[in-house]
Every structure is written in structure tokens, then in C-alpha cells.
Design a protein around this ligand. Structure first.
Ligand SMILES: [Zn+2]
Length: 756
């Protein structure tokens, strides 16, 4: 070979490498030969899903309202079953019986000083062909609100989160005996009536302010995709941070003869009646309030001056539900594994909606269907997954993650033993790949994202996410990390979709995936979330639907076919170190803030700065928080880093010589250890006051609802100033992390001992 040719070849090789940077890399957990074969199957797989199929499924599934207990919910489940069976998959429907209240009587009226009755209606629009199916639509309401009939003065409480009530305290405004009106946003909706009741309110309204998802953001439906004057966000208000699922059967599957609580004893129903309303209905209520002007950040985009009350507007709120038991239809399909049939990769999305639900959940459910179809095609071509794959279409997600929770509780023992990973999707849109999940899968998901092409920009979805994060970051330090760290960080899981029972209750490593961020949307949980809206204002050509199918399907294939489960612990250890650091800073800030406030009380600064013509109630002096002993947590975090590095070195050594040691029967015990790595992060007692939540690293916040609290036992104890509990929780988390470090260490040793 002449030198010129050699240079040209090298140059060509560089170009090829640059164009497809990951193609030649051996996949984590594979031999080099196995890796090549896997990539071929994945390429075949990604060519199969089509946007036309996604569109046809979406049209069919969202054609009529299909909430829990409705005829079309069952009809959809049976249609899904027939599709999966038609593709040759082993599929069945599993039923559960759950409490699902539907509205019987709803009334919101101003009785003083003037009269106004809220419409509580979402009218049909002639341009939107499914918006007129009133006979089948659930009226606007919040499921699991207590029945009640109350009349009282109205108070505006902004988003109705704990910090808002502290502000009201400073202004001398009490909600005791009042009805509050909160706007949607800043917390999960179920938190609003919960915090209102804790402060003595006797009723709660939640409305959608145009500032948050209406005309302040963009043109409203049907001119644009944002919420119009009559659009209402339905939704569940059950106390999900205590436990999700059927309120009558906590911790066990709601099968026909399950032992049930009485409705009156169910702890997750609200303590006060609550209803959601549109901003068309909210404006006259808010306009009828007097009292102090709302603080600037509390003001929405309605053309009124926002006052806090209380009153003089007096409100009458009446809510009554039919407290019926309804049947759930979970659709479950299995593809048996050839080598490790007892290791399961579980994949799910819900199929029930509040109304037609083209976005939520159908835009996430239809990519799942194309994945299942594509896998069935690969099976016909001779592909054999090593692990068992289970595809699930959940019912009853909207009222409270019912279908997934009851199924996982019913199958808890098997899942604890066999489930390696759960992958969830829910709604999907146009834009960037959003990854939330267990950090032991961070490296794995970065690998998948590098192999998926963005349908509009034609670069990898990984590159797009990196670019977006760099451009939108406000911190120099963060931008440096985004450019230099090999893996993009994934977000932790809180709650809000069907992964909750898998990660939080059973401690199964989980992921939640979806595209979004490029189209503002204001039809969430209204009758206008339908096929017309989705195909005009969201992922209109379903190209990101197809990309989601390719993304999740690639992840499922890669997990199911690997010799060794592709868990990595270095990113996880790095994340734990970050959380530990955050906790120390949180305590320090609490100490500084309270010390400063005490000082301002003492030297009279607070009083001197207050407007004497406005009401002002100074806070009470508080003891400065004590120092906490973080040493056990720091030691555990370091032990974790050491064992993670050891495992990584061992894995690298095995992979370097083409990984011939992989692919042996002896990997079974190693895989079993890896499967248990997430389980080790939980303990039997769970979190304080909510034992259903077993995972000690991730949980939805008790006062945020969907928003995650990482190392929740410690973090929430500090936030809620429970110092003794904080110390106890530090000990618990440290011991769990030490156990994790020991498990990883033993996996590393076993890996080193594999015959070459
Ligand atoms: Zn959903």
C-alpha cells in the first residue's frame, strides 16, 4: 500500500468515525461480535415504525372519550389486545376493580355581594370534530375530592403551596374557615387542597390562569394550541405522595376478592371539597375580591387587579360524586427470553384518558404499539431476545396510576425477583429527548441517545440535548461540565406517571422517556386534547412519535439482548456525591436564613421597613438549626465511588479482549446481582409517615407531588425542620448506600474471576 493511499484511508476512517461516532464502539455488556450483531438488529428495528401507522392508531384510540369505566376504554383495550395478538404476540387483559368516583353534582356560585354562577362547561367547537361528544365526556372535576357543600369567604392563595401560606401569614391573612382559589402550576394539583386543608380552609377551587398556559403564552385554541377561556384541567387530587393506586387496597392488587377499606376510611381522599374551573369562570370570582393587592409574582394575566381577600365575595361550593367501583383493563404482552427468561425488561404506557386524550396518553401509547409491531417483525426474521420482554398498556393512570400500581402490587413478588428494568412513556411532542430515571442507567441511555437521529435537525438526539442544555444554561460551571463530561446528566424520577410503583415501591431501575419542549400546549386534561388539536399544534406529522418508537425500542432491544446487564455505577456514585453536597448546602442555607431573620427581628429592621399603612405580621423568632453529622453519608458516598470505579475497571478489562468471557452461563449470578442493585436502595420501612415509598434515593415530594425529592428522608426532614429525624435518616440512607457499595464490590470481584 502506497503512503498516499494509507493517508487517504486513515482520513476516510476518521471521517467515518466522525460521522458515526459510536458505530465501532462495543456496546456495554456485549462481546465485540455480539455488539456488531446487535447493531444490525437495531438498525433493522429502527427502519420499521412508520408515521402513517402512528397516525392511524392515534385516530382510532382518541376517536371517543375513554376514561376508566367508559365503554370506549374497554373497547380500546380489546382493540389493543387484538392488534398485539394479530402480530403473533402472547397477549392478555388483566382486570382489577378500583374505586373511581365520577361527578353527580357540581356547583360554584358567588352568593354575595353580587350573584354569579360558574358555567363549569367546556363548549364544543365546530372546527373540532370530537369536541361535541358531550354524552360520553366526563364533566370537569377533580377525582377523589371529598363530597361537600360549603359557603364561605373566598381567598386567593396564588399556587397554594406552603410558601404561599407563609406569605399570607406575613400579611395577616388567614384561610381558616374560608374557601381558597389557587391557580394551577408550581406543584402537582393534589397538593393544593391538601395544604389548604392543613391551614384550615373548608373548600378549594383550582383554575388555569392565562399567564401559565393561556393567551399570555400564545394563541388559544382553535387559533393556536393554548388554553382558551372555557378550557378546564380535570385531574386527580388523591394524596399520591402517601400512596398511589386504588385508595381502598394500599399495598395489594385490587383483584375481585381483595380486602378493601371502607371509602370513609381511605386516607388518600382529600379532606375538603375541590373543583377545577376555567379562567372564564374564575375571572368574576377573582374580580369580586378586595383586601390587599396580591404580591407582584402572584398576579396572573387576567385583565383585573388581583386582590387576596378574604371576601367580600362569598362563595358557595357543592361537590358530590358517585363513589363506584370500576373495572380496569390492563393489556399485557410477553415475548419470552431465550437465554435469561427469568430476567424481565418491562415497558409501559397508559391507554386511558380524561377525555379523548390524543396527547395524553395516546401520543406516548402509539409509539409503544409500533415498537411491539417492529419487535414481532424481528421475531419473524429470526431474532431471539435473551431476556423476557413485557409490553404493558395500563388502564386508570389518570385517576391515580391505578392500572400500573395494582398490576405491580399483584405481581410484586415476581417483579422483585425478575424485573431488571422498567421503561415508561406518557405524552410525547416535538423537540428534545427528556430522560428521567435511575442513575445506574445514565450511561446506558446516553449510549442509546447517541444512536438516534433527530427527525428535523438530522443530528443525534444526544447532540441536540447537549446543545439545548449549553445554550439555556446560566452557569459557566454547568456549561463546562456539559461540554466535557462524557455523559449528559439525566433527571431523577418524582411521580406523575406509571413508573412510580416500579421505582418507588418495588425499587426496580426505571426510565421515563419522551420528546418535547418546542410547542407550548394548553389543552392538558380538557376536551380539546384530541386528534384535531394534536395534528394541528403538536407533533403534526408524528415524526417525533416515530423517533420515540426508535428510541425506546432500541433501549428495549439493547437491554434484552445484552450478555451482561448494562448497568454502570460511576455516574450513579457521582450523582450521590452531588446530592450529598446539596443536602449540606441546604442545611447551611437554612441556618443562615433563620439567623438573619432573627437578627432583623432583634434589631427592628423588619418592623422599620414595613409599610405602616399595610397589614404586616412579623414572623416569630426561631431557634437556629443545629449542625447535623453528615459523616456517615460522606463515607458511604466514598465507598460507593470506590466500588463503582472497581466495577468499571473490571468491566473494561473484560471488554478489551473482545469480551470472550461474556456470554457464558456463569453470567447468570452476576446479572442477578446487577438486578438487585436498585433493590438495595430501598428498605422495608420506607419513608417516614409514608411506608409505601420504599426507595431511599428517589421519591415525589410530600409537598410537591410530582416534583422529585432526592434522598427524600433527609431532605424533607431538613426542609420541615425535623432535626432528630434528619439524623436518623442520614443513618438509614448511609447504611443502604454501604450495602450498595458492597454489592457492587462483589460484582466487580466476580467479573474479574470470569474465565478468559
Ligand atoms: Zn398521561
Amino acid at each position: 500500500m502506497r503512503l498516499g493511499t494509507l493517508v487517504a484511508c486513515l482520513l476516510f476512517a476518521c471521517l467515518v468515525l466522525y460521522a458515526t461516532p459510536t458505530e465501532d464502539q462495543t456496546l456495554m455488556g456485549y462481546t465485540s461480535e455480539g455488539s456488531r450483531a446487535e447493531r444490525e438488529w437495531e438498525t433493522k428495528f429502527r427502519a420499521i415504525p412508520t408515521a402513517d401507522n402512528l397516525r392511524a392508531y392515534m385516530k382510532r384510540l382518541s376517536a371517543r372519550p375513554h376514561h376508566v369505566g367508559s365503554p370506549y376504554d374497554k373497547d380500546n383495550a380489546e382493540w389493543l389486545l387484538s392488534l398485539l395478538k394479530g402480530w403473533g404476540l402472547d397477549a392478555q387483559i388483566e382486570n382489577f376493580e378500583v374505586l373511581f368516583p365520577t361527578p353527580q353534582d357540581r356547583l360554584v356560585e358567588v352568593v354575595e355581594p353580587t350573584k354569579f354562577t360558574a358555567s363549569l362547561q367546556e363548549p364544543a367547537l365546530s372546527i373540532d370534530p370530537t369536541s361535541n361528544q358531550q354524552a360520553e365526556q366526563l364533566p370537569t372535576y377533580n377525582a377523589y375530592s371529598l363530597d361537600g357543600d360549603v359557603t364561605a369567604a373566598l381567598v386567593y392563595v396564588n399556587y397554594g403551596i406552603p410558601a404561599d401560606y407563609e406569605k399570607l401569614d406575613r400579611l395577616g391573612i388567614s384561610v381558616k374557615g374560608a374557601i381558597v382559589i389557587a391557580r394551577y402550576g408550581a406543584s402537582w394539583r393534589g397538593i393544593k387542597p391538601k395544604v389548604a386543608a392543613e391551614h384550615g380552609a373548608i373548600g378549594c377551587l383550582i383554575y388555569s390562569d392565562p399567564r401559565d398556559d393561556g393567551y399570555f403564552v400564545g394563541d388559544v385554541f382553535p387559533q393556536g394550541g393554548l388554553r382558551n377561556k372555557t378550557g378546564v384541567q380535570r385531574g386527580s387530587v388523591m394524596d399520591m405522595p402517601t400512596y398511589p393506586g386504588d385508595p381502598l387496597t394500599p399495598g395489594v392488587g385490587a383483584v375481585h376478592d381483595a380486602k378493601r377499606l371502607e371509602v370513609k376510611d381511605a386516607p388518600t381522599l382529600t379532606k375538603i371539597p375541590v373543583l377545577p374551573i376555567s379562567y372564564g369562570d374564575a375571572q368574576p370570582l377573582l374580580a369580586a375580591l378586595k383586601g390587599p393587592t396580591a404580591p407582584e409574582e402572584w398576579r396572573g394575566a387576567l385583565p383585573i387587579t388581583y386582590h387576596l381577600g378574604p371576601g367580600p365575595a362569598k362563595l358557595h361550593l357543592r361537590v358530590k360524586a358517585n363513589w363506584n367501583i370500576k373495572t380496569l383493563y390492563d393489556v399485557i404482552a410477553k415475548i419470552p427470553g431465550s437465554t435469561y427468561p427469568d430476567e424481565w425488561i418491562v415497558r409501559g404506557n397508559h391507554h386511558d384518558a380524561w377525555v379523548n386524550g390524543a396527547e395524553d396518553p395516546v401520543s406516548g401509547a402509539v409509539p409503544l404499539l409500533e415498537e411491539a409491531r417492529a419487535l414481532s417483525e424481528l421475531l419473524k426474521q429470526g431474532w431471539k431476545p435473551k431476556r423476557t420482554i413485557i409490553y404493558c398498556l395500563w388502564d386508570g393512570e389518570e385517576p391515580g396510576l391505578l392500572g400500573s400500581t395494582e398490576w405491580a402490587e399483584a405481581h410484586a413478588d415476581e417483579l422483585r425477583q425478575h424485573a431488571a428494568v422498567y421503561i415508561n412513556t406518557d405524552a410525547n411532542g416535538r423537540g428534545f429527548l427528556r430522560v428521567q430515571g435511575s442513575h445506574t442507567l445514565e450511561k446506558f441511555m446516553n449510549g442509546v441517545a447517541r444512536d438516534i437521529v433527530d427527525p428535523e435537525k438530522k443530528i443525534s438526539v444526544w447532540k441536540r440535548e447537549q446543545a439545548y442544555s449549553i445554550v439555556s444554561s446560566k452557569s459557566e460551571e454547568e456549561r463546562k461540565e456539559l461540554r466535557e463530561r462524557p455523559d449528559l446528566r439525566i433527571a431523577a424520577l418524582g411521580s406523575g406517571s406509571d413508573y412510580t410503583v416500579f421505582v418507588d415501591h418495588l425499587a426496580i431501575a426505571s426510565l421515563n422517556l419522551g420528546y418535547g419542549g418546542e410547542d407550548a400546549s394548553g389543552i392538558y386534561h380538557s376536551i380539546y386534547d384530541d386528534f384535531y388539536w394534536y395534528t394541528h399544534f403538536s407533533d403534526t406529522d408524528l415524526s417525533y412519535g416515530r423517533t420515540l418508537s426508535q428510541t425506546v425500542g432500541t433501549a428495549v432491544l439493547r437491554l434484552a439482548d445484552a450478555d451482561l446487564l448494562p448497568f454502570d455505577f460511576t455516574d450513579f456514585a457521582d450523582t450521590i456525591r452531588k446530592y450529598t453536597d446539596e443536602l449540606e448546602k441546604l442545611l447551611k442555607k437554612k441556618q443562615d436564613d433563620i439567623a438573619e431573620q432573627n437578627k432583623q427581628l432583634q434589631d427592628g429592621m423588619l418592623n422599620a421597613s414595613a409599610d405602616p399603612k399595610q397589614p404586616y405580621v412579623p414572623p416569630a423568632a426561631e431557634p437556629v438549626p443545629p449542625h447535623l453529622n453528615f459523616a456517615p453519608l460522606l463515607n458511604a458516598s466514598e465507598a460507593l465511588s470506590r466500588s463503582a470505579a472497581h466495577y468499571q475497571t473490571a468491566l473494561q478489562k473484560v471488554s478489551e479482549n473482545g469480551g470472550p468471557a461474556l456470554g457464558r452461563a456463569s453470567l447468570q449470578s452476576l446479572n442477578a446481582k446487577l438486578m438487585q442493585s436498585e433493590r438495595k436502595l430501598a428498605n422495608a420501612d420506607g419513608l417516614p409517615r409514608r411506608p409505601w415509598y420504599k426507595h431511599l434515593i428517589y421519591a415525589p415530594g410530600f409537598y410537591t407531588g410530582y416534583g422529585v425529592k432526592t434522598i427524600p428522608g433527609v431532605r424533607e426532614a431538613i426542609e420541615e425542620k425535623k432535626w432528630k429525624e434528619a439524623e436518623e435518616q442520614i443513618a438509614q440512607v448511609s447504611s443502604v448506600l454501604q450495602g450498595e457499595a458492597a454489592l457492587i464490590e462483589s460484582a466487580a470481584t466476580e467479573l474479574e474471576k470470569l474465565p478468559k
